[in-house]
Design a protein around this ligand. Structure first.
Ligand SMILES: Cc1ncc(COP(=O)(O)O)c(C=O)c1O
Length: 438
């Protein structure tokens, strides 16, 4: 297939150094299994599942065929006051995977929309309960909750906020959970559960009954894979319960097997009130996100509205798009048929051992990891993030795609990756990162 691209200028690329990219583009044109191919036909190993989303590997014909069939049968159905069967079926399948009584599913098109939807549901729930003063939210330093205004307000990453003004009022941030004494801890660090007390302090400062929800990535992903200290999530749950605060797990990265179970909530044994998800829900073959919601929240909001009236004035034209639903159903079939969540749990020790073996490299300052995801910090140069960016480019040229945030490599291969793929990821990382030290 020919891909005409006479100029790169018109496309304003997201989260990209546009000028630098356009001077020396990294284009990919084909993907299959754990590999991409660039426009020169060179093979690139996918060390980050695209963007933590292609869990079942690229180019799965089952998904492509299901999407094509759906588009030919019915390309679109208006999602308001009308429905199509596949959306109900995806909701049922997702609800079956979530823990506890998170049995209701609201569809969106991305992780960012999932987060902003959960924010609005938390407010609507408070309002339906006659607790309209619960309008504050708590999140965490170094958090990433997408890029819409709500999610940016929750964000704890300065670069993602600083150009955009004051954003949504009423968001308070807890401290992040990276502690120097936990460096090079595989799995959950022993120290740091007491950081959850920040939520208690905030509740005592502003009034726990003014907080609608606390948003947490169980493993803070985009910032560099911060695994929750033992006891931390449990304590957050207790504090939320004590003050009637909803606990929301943002599992846009963690969800669908990354931690060895369907959701990190199950891996860590803590059940939130809502889970936001996207990415691997469709194996990234179609844009789709979702919010899973506890029975009581759904019932309260729905029952508070008069009969025959819309209960939640929220939704997107493409909520539960038929093509996305077809992709989700085909993807969930693959996860089940190939036991990919269990496979991730089984492969995790090999993956983590291999990544943690990079600990002996002089430029590596910390490694963290859990399940099939790990963060490798490299020593920053004079401008933070620049060495990470240089590493991204060098790794790509050496045949490995790894997403960096700042100076941290976020390694998360597709869950179908074999030991030899993991070996190759680690040997390219060693060679390229080692070369940068010379
Ligand atoms: C935890 C978390 N929430 C939300 C998002 C935003 O998802 P999207 O880019 O699909 O809007 C991401 C993206 O990486 C994420 O990691």
């Amino acid at each position: 297939m020919q891909y005409p691209a006479n100029t790169l200028e018109h496309y304003w690329m997201p989260f990209t150094a546009n000028r630098d990219f356009k001077a020396d583009p990294r284009l990919v044109v084909r993907a299959e299994g754990v590999h991409y191919w660039n426009h020169r036909g060179e093979r690139i190993l996918d060390g980050s599942s695209g963007l933590f989303c292609s869990a079942a590997g690229h180019g799965r014909p089952e998904i492509a065929e299901a999407v094509a069939k759906q588009l030919l049968e019915m390309d679109f159905a208006a999602p308001f006051q009308m429905g199509h069967p596949a959306a109900f079926e995806v909701a049922r399948r997702v609800a079956a995977l979530t823990p506890g009584d998170l049995n209701h599913v609201f569809f969106v098109n991305s992780g960012s929309e999932a987060v902003d939807t959960a924010l609005k549901i938390a407010l609507a729930y408070a309002s339906a309960r006659g607790e309209g003063r619960r309008q504050r939210f708590v999140s965490r330093e170094r958090a990433y909750h997408g890029v819409n205004v709500g999610g940016t307000s929750l964000s704890g990453i300065m670069k993602n906020r600083e150009a955009f003004g004051a954003l949504m009022p009423g968001v308070v941030h807890m401290r992040h959970t990276w502690l120097p004494e936990n460096r090079f801890t595989k799995g959950q660090p022993a120290k740091g559960a007491e950081l959850a007390e920040d939520l208690q302090r905030i509740a005592e400062l502003v009034g726990g009954n003014t907080i609608a929800a606390c948003f947490i990535e169980p493993i803070a992903g985009s910032t560099g894979i911060l695994v929750p200290p033992t006891g931390y999530l449990e304590r957050l749950r207790e504090i939320c319960d004590a003050h009637g605060i909803l606990l929301v797990f943002d599992e846009v990265i963690c969800g669908f097997g990354r931690t060895g179970k369907a959701f990190a909530a199950q891996s860590f044994g803590v059940t939130p009130d809502m889970i936001t998800m996207a990415k691997a829900l469709t194996n990234a073959a179609q844009p789709m996100g979702a919010v899973a919601i506890r029975d009581d929240i759904y019932d309260t909001v729905v029952d508070a509205a008069p009969e025959q009236s819309v209960e939640l004035f929220h939704g997107y034209t493409y909520s539960g798009h038929p093509a996305a639903c077809a992709a989700a159903l085909a993807t969930l079939d693959i996860y089940e048929r190939e036991n990919l969540f269990e496979r991730a749990a089984e492969m995790s020790p090999y993956f983590l051992d291999s990544i943690f073996a990079l600990e002996d490299m002089p430029g590596v300052t910390d490694i963290r990891g859990y399940g099939m995801i790990a963060g490798v910090d490299i020593a920053p140069g004079p401008v933070p993030g620049m060495r990470g960016y240089e590493a991204t480019k060098r790794l790509f040229r050496a045949g490995l795609h790894v997403k960096f945030t700042g100076d941290c490599a976020l390694v998360a291969p597709p869950l179908i990756a074999g030991k030899s793929d993991i070996d190759e990821i680690c040997s390219i990382l060693r060679e390229v990162l080692g070369g940068m030290e010379e």
